[in-house]
Design a protein around this ligand. Structure first.
Ligand code: GTP
Ligand code: SPV
Ligand code: MN
Length: 591
């Protein structure tokens, strides 16, 4: 119960709609956690893993048709379509409430409604936002416990300040994809999610609040909510440069944020500090620089491909107090996934709960996977040994460089630097990437994903671009803007760049550029490194690969620039003229 009258009234209204048997206010205590874990295990919602090998770890499977974000069922519900803009699905608020209310109606009969008070950002920080999530899923409660600061302290603060909060209502209902909706009502500071149990659809503090509602508030209040990792790179003198990087879903943010310096350049003595792996809230401080905080408290990371070679830091972090979702369950109650640490298990139960052996094929002659390609784990960020000591600092960290990137088998070079802020905004606005398993849809298809925010911008993307442009003008020392591509392939489809820890070599170049320590080669698309300016010590890749990685194929770029006409046309008249101007500039330089 609560002294906060508006909160009490809202909880009562939601309970009248969903009709739970009981309402439980979550305090965030250890005892409560144990109680919930027991109950989830009893109900079959979670499986307790091998506590000797994986202390504090649990296992969960989602429904088969509920394994990734469903962008086609995600809506921005503003009074006018114009406010949602050309890239979002839109529904009028009245219709949206009505439609979802039908699915919510009585859906919690026989169930418990949990009231989860949470804070995105340190509790009580002037830059933090409070949300209350109502949910009938213990899995959601236990994940929110990892992903956010939550419980009694948040509620006390909200009551003491009698402040506003984001109203987040989640119900599993029938877990039916035909009765699933993820709805955002920016004007009402409200999120309704029904019919799903998958992370990004139901951990409402994450994409829904911190990005969609957050970006809407950011434009109004003069700050930015971005789909970015934040990391610090400390050089041997102790100076730390912080960078923020926007890559689309499942394109390497988590991995970059906690990389371990590769053997070859370890002698240089770099240290990496992890600040965040998915979301950055950024504002301009009195020094005229951009400062970023990570509003989250945990990581919801992709399992497949994660192993001791690619990400030793993360492998260590997920050995305790981690919730695994949709991975392979082994007989000894440990877990495995494709691209995980070998050897491949001889048997187990796959993500759908069926008996699994390696080499099985399905009716389409495709291999049956042990883990879903979008299988994930939820882990407290403090488990990561490279965690920054500024996590609780409400000022956050000053950003030297912003990096955009995506999966592009062709075209985009390993790295290039924009000419200035406005050109950098153009680079971000036009970035593209091959689709991954993080969202339902066709994998591999190249799509434009401006600033990696296509699925997460909570308002008209034209206004979002305008906000980016305006922010640059307000800073006396804006970060430099870069673009990277770890995913370029050769003719036979192999990655040309080893990626992961080796990406530090590229970050080193980026930081040298930010410090004005080295010059670069000017090309029509931006500045690229002189060939010897990326330290390749100890890395044996053919010299011709490096040529390919940094090659700007002008014919391909002319094609790319031409295709941007159509892309920009889809934004209509409201597209900021500065972006059209940048496109014209690119075309001219390519001639
Ligand atoms: P979201 O959590 O969906 O926002 O994704 P993310 O951007 O944090 O992606 P993540 O770091 O989890 O990486 C997704 C997949 O890309 C994993 O399978 C990684 O193993 C793979 N990956 C990450 N970095 C690299 C890289 O530098 N090179 C290559 N080839 N693969 C990478
Ligand atoms: C993403 O898809 O970008 C994620 C995972 O970070 S989810 O929280 O499901 O959105
Ligand atoms: Mn993400």
């Amino acid at each position: 119960m609560t002294k906060h009258k508006i909160l009490a009234k809202w909880v009562k209204e939601c309970a009248e709609l969903c009709k739970p048997d009981r309402i439980v206010w979550i305090d965030g205590s250890e005892a409560e956690k144990e109680r919930l874990e027991k109950e989830a295990a009893r109900a079959g919602e979670m499986i307790k893993l091998n506590q000797k090998k994986l202390p504090g770890c649990f296992y969960h499977r989602t429904a088969k048709n509920d394994v990734a974000r469903t962008e086609h069922l995600t809506f921005i519900c503003t009074p006018t379509k114009e406010e949602a803009g050309p890239t979002n699905n839109w529904m009028p608020p009245k219709d949206a409430y009505k439609k979802a209310a039908e699915y919510f109606k009585g859906s919690m009969r026989g169930r418990t409604m949990y009231v989860v008070p949470f804070s995105m950002g340190p509790v009580g920080s002037p830059f933090s936002k409070i949300g209350i999530e109502l949910t009938d899923s213990i899995y959601v409660v236990l994940n929110m416990r990892i992903m956010t600061r939550m419980g009694k302290a948040v509620l006390s603060f909200l009551e003491k300040t009698n402040g506003d909060f984001t109203r987040c209502l989640h119900g599993k209902a029938e877990l039916d994809i035909n009765k699933r909706l993820i709805l955002h009502f920016p004007q009402d500071n409200t999120i309704w999610s029904v019919g799903s149990g998958y992370g990004g659809n139901v951990l409402l503090g994450k994409k829904c609040l911190s990005l969609r509602i957050g970006s809407y508030l950011g434009e109004k209040e003069g700050w930015m909510a971005e789909h970015m990792l934040i990391m610090g790179i400390e050089d041997p003198t102790g100076r730390i440069d912080y960078i923020a990087a926007a890559f689309p879903s499942a394109c390497g943010k988590t991995n970059l944020a906690m990389l371990i310096p590769p053997q070859g350049i370890r002698r240089k003595g770099y240290r990496i500090w992890t600040v965040g792996d998915d979301i950055a809230w950024m504002r301009i401080d009195t020094d005229g620089r951009l400062w970023a905080v990570n509003p989250e408290y945990g990581l919801f990371g992709v399992a497949p491909g994660t192993n001791t070679k690619t990400n030793p830091n993360l492998m260590t972090a997920i050995q305790k107090n981690t919730i695994y979702t949709n991975v392979l369950l082994r007989k000894d109650k440990t877990v495995w996934w494709e691209g995980g640490d070998g050897p491949i298990p001889t048997d187990g139960w796959d993500w759908q709960g069926d008996k699994w052996r390696p080499g099985q094929i399905d009716e389409n002659r495709e291999p049956i996977l042990g883990a879903h390609p979008n299988a994930r784990f939820t882990v407290p960020i403090k488990n990561v040994s490279s965690i920054t000591n500024r996590l609780e600092h409400h000022h956050g960290v000053p950003i030297s460089a912003i990096i955009f990137g995506g999966r592009r088998a062709r075209l985009a070079p390993l790295v290039y630097e924009s000419f200035n802020w406005q050109h950098g905004v153009f680079v971000g606005a036009t970035m593209a990437s091959e689709r991954t398993a993080a969202q339902v849809g066709k994998i591999g298809e190249v799509r434009r994903d401006p600033m990696a925010m296509l699925p997460f911008c909570g308002y008209n993307m034209n206004d979002y671009f305008r906000h980016w442009l305006a922010m640059g003008g307000k800073m006396s020392s804006p970060p430099k803007i870069f673009h990277v591509n770890w995913f370029r392939k050769d003719e036979s489809g192999h990655f040309l760049w080893p990626g992961f820890g080796e990406n530090l070599r590229v970050l080193e170049w980026i930081i040298s550029r930010c410090r004005n320590e080295i010059d670069a080669e000017k090309t029509p698309i931006g500045y690229i490194p002189h060939e010897n300016d990326i330290d390749m010590t100890g890395l044996r890749i053919p010299r011709e690969n490096m040529h390919k990685l940094l090659n700007i194929n002008e014919k391909d770029w002319v094609e790319e620039a031409d295709s941007l006409d159509e892309f920009f046309a889809s934004f209509g008249k409201k597209l900021p003229k500065e972006l059209r101007h940048e496109l014209a500039g690119l075309k001219k330089r390519l001639k």
